[in-house]
Design a protein around this ligand. Structure first.
Ligand code: SF4
Length: 382
């Protein structure tokens, strides 16, 4: 039997790696490329700032909201394999030291996009190194020109492609017609005529495309899970940096910023007061890391202390604040247990502060303090 000639060789099947946030735009971008018969796998990067399912599981007011991981759900809807990659440690430098600065709050969107596309590019390069043509050929994102201030402008699109190292292996199927043809288009892997030229903040074209694809359920707004775009959250992060006199955080810090009422009566300590049972339960898990207060004589919230008391007056003041948020707020005496992380506990008897003694400026998150300069030793990424 004769060997098959080279002319009968199967054409190489191209494969794309999609950044999947869980929002509609990345969902549509994947579908557009799938429609062209191209295999797509997704990647979702875990930064620590986008954990909506977790937050919604804690708060009573969110009990009816969906607690799913949207990226996983989208992958399941699209029938694609999803890689979830924890970049939370490396991502710190993006948040602490963004070369292109912050958005309206502490959201470093342009640097974040560059970093994520860079991480996807590293995955693509690695896969190509290991599997050659069986690896990924290009990256797709759901970016739409003009959709978001700063990170999704016409001039930032080439910046992201260049600074991430993806160059023209980065294709934005929803806005491709507004941009120069990329490698997958020039090579004919992707038919440019079947891509889109969406731009601006109007979501109608996306809605129409979703309808065309029969997609009726999706997370709105796209990318809305990122806490760095929330004003109060960013203000709390700025307060944390100011109190520690440096920009830095651990994962526990950024989790705790989402939970409880945060009060900073003095620069050296902050109280995290639970507002409901779910938060109480969540904060319980931190009692071995942080000093805490529990109200013994009345019903009351669990409270964590972030920082250190410099005097007995600090301790008394903190206990009086905790009493204010307890059911003993009008009682003559409230017994409060103060517990060190090592379990050593002492009881204090205090009278709750009056409402007018709780100063508005103690409420962390209501205003944005100055943030310390970026860490000097850190090299700017990108
Ligand atoms: S909203 Fe958050 S996740 Fe999205 S680009 Fe901005 S910083 Fe990154």
């Amino acid at each position: 039997m004769s060997q098959p000639s080279s002319s009968t060789k199967q054409p190489v099947k191209r494969k794309a790696l999609a950044l999947v946030s869980g929002g509609l735009d990345s969902m549509l971008a994947v579908r557009v490329i799938q429609e062209q018969g191209i295999e797509v796998e997704g990647v979702n990067f875990y930064t620590g700032f986008c954990v909506e399912g977790h937050t919604q599981a804690i708060r009573e007011r969110d009990k009816n909201k969906n607690k799913r991981n949207n990226a996983l759900w989208v992958a399941e809807q699209l029938g694609i394999k999803l890689h979830i990659v924890d970049i939370s440690e490396e991502y710190k430098d993006v948040v602490l030291n963004p070369k292109h600065g912050y958005g309206a709050h502490l959201n470093p969107c342009l640097d974040c996009k560059i970093f994520m596309v860079n991480q996807a590019t590293l995955m693509l390069n690695k896969a190509r190194e290991l599997a050659g043509d069986e690896g990924f050929d290009f990256i797709i994102t759901g970016e739409v020109i003009g959709q978001r201030p700063k990170s999704q402008l016409k001039w930032t699109m080439p910046v992201i492609a260049r600074e991430s190292g993806a160059d023209d292996r980065l294709l934005r199927p929803l806005s491709a017609l507004n941009l120069d043809p990329t490698l997958p288009e020039r090579e004919g892997w992707v038919n440019r005529d079947e891509l889109y030229g969406f731009s601006g903040r109007n979501r109608t074209p996306q809605m129409e495309l979703a309808e065309k694809f029969g997609l009726t359920e999706f997370a709105q707004p796209a990318g809305g899970c990122c806490f760095l775009t929330h004003e109060a959250y960013s203000n709390k992060l700025a307060d944390l940096w100011q109190a520690r006199r440096k920009r830095d955080y651990e994962l526990d810090d950024i989790m705790l910023l989402k939970v409880g009422r945060h009060l900073r009566p003095k620069p050296n300590f902050k109280l995290i007061v639970s507002r409901e049972e779910g938060e109480n339960n969540f904060l319980q898990g931190y009692r071995y890391q942080f000093p805490s207060f529990e109200v013994v004589s009345h019903g009351g919230p669990l409270t964590l202390v972030d920082g250190e008391f410099e005097s007995d007056e600090d301790l008394q003041l903190a206990a009086q604040i905790v009493a204010r948020f307890s059911q003993g707020r009008t009682a003559d005496e409230v017994i409060i247990a103060y517990r060190e992380p090592n379990g050593v506990t002492r009881e204090l008897t205090v009278k709750a502060l009056r409402p007018d003694q709780i100063k508005p400026e103690w409420h962390v998150g209501d205003s944005r303090p100055e943030i310390p300069p970026a860490p000097v030793e850190a090299e700017q990424h990108g």
